[in-house]
Design a protein around this ligand. Structure first.
Ligand code: C2O
Ligand code: CU
Length: 561
């Protein structure tokens, strides 16, 4: 195993990702930032210097479980104090499983200003993956706002509430195309011939097969991704191999990663469109994401002769639920390895058949003292000033509420199809404490928002673990019936999973990773509005905390020696 070292400088710069000029957070001058390339078992060391002038910083390594290094999870308020302007922070962690992962800001709503990138972990030597391809490529899909993060966050926490609205455009690998002529913007602010916003092109050699790693880090949008004239075979999801299935369009939610195989087997005399479009929310003038599948030797900027294909209709939930249901785990057998790999976690393939604890999370939108919030079991989450990991380890029990949050909701009487009638919502920073090594089931239950006849898609992401996805369903979860249909044979393991409108999603995980871990909706504004919880497990097994994560709240005294 090797050590991969990176030195990053994070700052604001004027850029035009979708042809509109605004402040973008860059890493070493780029957004998306550099791709971290490593091999299973390697150690990654990233030294980040905060050159943002006026903002704090924290970077999360999305999908990396941080086994033995919970302080490197990069979750401000949970695992560390923020990195203040001028400071340098060192993240160090092991990438213990091959797959497609991400990194992104985890301070306020900073992620959507452009601070994100890919982590690609290749398999160990002598390991044969369960599928073949010639080349490996990565893209990240995002949505893009012209208002600053600061303005958006202020609106969300104001009375009256100011919603962020729909994004102005969709980006593919940091490039998009806003329709500059739709507004009276001057050419120095918005210019569609700016090369900075020329569509992202993936160049392919005719006849070859490509593994395309597709990830989404949208702030809000659920997406459909498609490549004109090419089917995609899904083979990996969140670092786990999938029983291959073919799609024309891939639905992808913020925080998810997939690998698809595509064969460059179409007419090689031209290029093809790659597009993304919004699903699950009413489209409001969001410019679709456009990129090129560039057949060598055509020019990578040559537009395809066709119109960009329209994606699926936005408001049809059924095909999205069907894709979720189609994702099954393919097993990786020991004989695929020619080396001794006792530590390889992929061998734990099937979930325990029973769980020790079932927690139901009802997802609702509420109003608290006139402030619009999201809640779980009527509790809207707030972060304490002292990060949980430090508070728990140092037994600073007064820094967050010790009243345990609710394990469920009024199951019998709650009507998930009406505008949320509950006004008794509270905010809290209390956490769920899990017995170490116990098996925990989480049932995510969706409901109507405060708008009539409206339920949203929420991609839930768990830090520090992968979970088995036991099932999805429509309507209200029935604890007497639905568990009988759980997939205990070949459920996929993931770290991010969608909760579909008016539906439920059931997960199982083992609380076997000592630390404090966030579980939250990956929609930036939803988490900001309280849509999350924190789990603690095995805190007494956490090693000595590095002093670099301290210095804020009640940890001031624990800072530098
Ligand atoms: Cu990718 Cu807590 O986030
Ligand atoms: Cu959400």
């Amino acid at each position: 195993a090797r050590i991969r070292r990176y030195k990053w400088e994070v700052k604001y710069e004027y850029k035009s990702p979708d042809c509109y000029k605004k402040l973008v957070i860059t890493i070493n001058g780029k957004s998306p930032g550099p791709t971290i390339l490593a091999q299973e078992g390697d150690t990654v060391i990233v030294e980040v210097t905060n050159k943002l002038l006026l903002e704090n910083l924290a970077i999360h390594w999305h999908g990396i479980r941080q086994i033995g290094t919970p302080w490197s999870d990069g979750t401000e308020g949970v695992t560390q104090c923020p990195v203040v302007p001028g400071d340098t922070f060192k993240y160090e962690f092991k990438v213990d499983r091959a797959g497609t992962y991400l990194y992104h800001a985890h301070y306020g709503m900073q992620r959507e200003s452009g601070l994100y990138g890919s982590i690609r972990v290749s398999v160990r030597d002598n390991f044969t993956e369960p599928f073949a391809y010639d080349y490996d490529r990565s893209i990240i899909l995002t949505d893009w706002y012209h208002k600053s993060t600061y303005e958006q966050a202020t609106g969300l926490s104001s009375k009256p509430f100011v919603w962020v609205g729909e994004p102005q455009s969709l980006l593919i690998q940091g490039k998009g195309r806003f329709n500059c002529s739709s507004s009276s913007l001057k050419a120095d602010t918005c210019n569609t011939s700016n090369p900075e916003c020329s569509p992202y092109a993936i160049t392919v050699t005719p006849g070859k097969t490509y593994r395309l790693r597709v990830a989404s880090l949208t702030a809000l949008s659920a997406l459909s991704f498609q490549i004109e004239g090419h089917n995609m075979t899904v083979v990996e999801a969140d670092g786990h191999y999938v029983e291959p299935f073919v799609v024309k369009n891939l639905f992808i939610y913020s925080g998810e990663t997939y690998s698809v195989l595509i064969k460059a087997d179409q007419d090689p005399s031209r290029n093809y469109w790659m597009t993304t479009n919004v699903v699950s929310r009413t489209p409001v003038n969001t410019s679709e994401g456009l990129g090129f599948l560039n057949y060598y030797p055509n020019h990578p900027r040559r537009s395809p002769p066709t119109d960009a294909p329209a994606g699926p209709v936005w408001n049809d939930t059924a095909p999205r639920l069907n894709q979720s249901l189609a994702i099954k785990r393919v097993f990786v057998f020991k004989h695929m390895y020619q080396t001794d790999l006792k530590a390889h976690h992929d061998f734990i393939v099937t979930p325990p058949t029973t769980s020790d604890r079932v927690i139901v999370f009802l997802n609702t939108q509420n109003e608290i003292n006139g402030y619009r919030r999201w809640s779980v079991n009527n509790v809207s989450f707030t972060l304490p000033h002292t990060p949980y990991l430090i508070a728990l380890k140092k037994k600073l029990h007064h820094v967050f509420s010790q009243t345990p949050p609710p394990e469920g909701y009024d199951f019998v009487n709650y009507d998930i199809y009406v505008q949320n009638p509950i006004n008794a919502t509270t905010t809290s920073n209390a956490i769920y404490r899990l017995g170490f090594n116990t098996t925990v089931d989480i049932i995510l239950q969706n409901a109507n928002t405060m708008l009539a006849k409206n339920s949203e898609t929420h991609p839930w992401h768990l830090h520090g673990h992968d979970f088995w996805v036991l099932g999805y369903g429509e309507g209200k979860f029935d604890k007497n019936v639905d568990p009988k249909n759980y997939n205990l044979v070949n459920p996929i393991m993931k770290n991010t999973v969608p909760l579909h409108p008016y539906g439920w999603t059931a997960l199982r995980f083992k609380a076997d990773n000592p630390g404090a871990w966030l579980f939250h909706c990956h929609i930036e504004s939803h988490f900001y509005m309280g849509m999350g919880v924190v789990f603690e497990e095995g805190i007494n097994k956490v090693g000595e905390l590095p002093s670099s994560i301290m210095g804020c709240g009640e940890t001031k005294g624990f800072g530098k020696p």
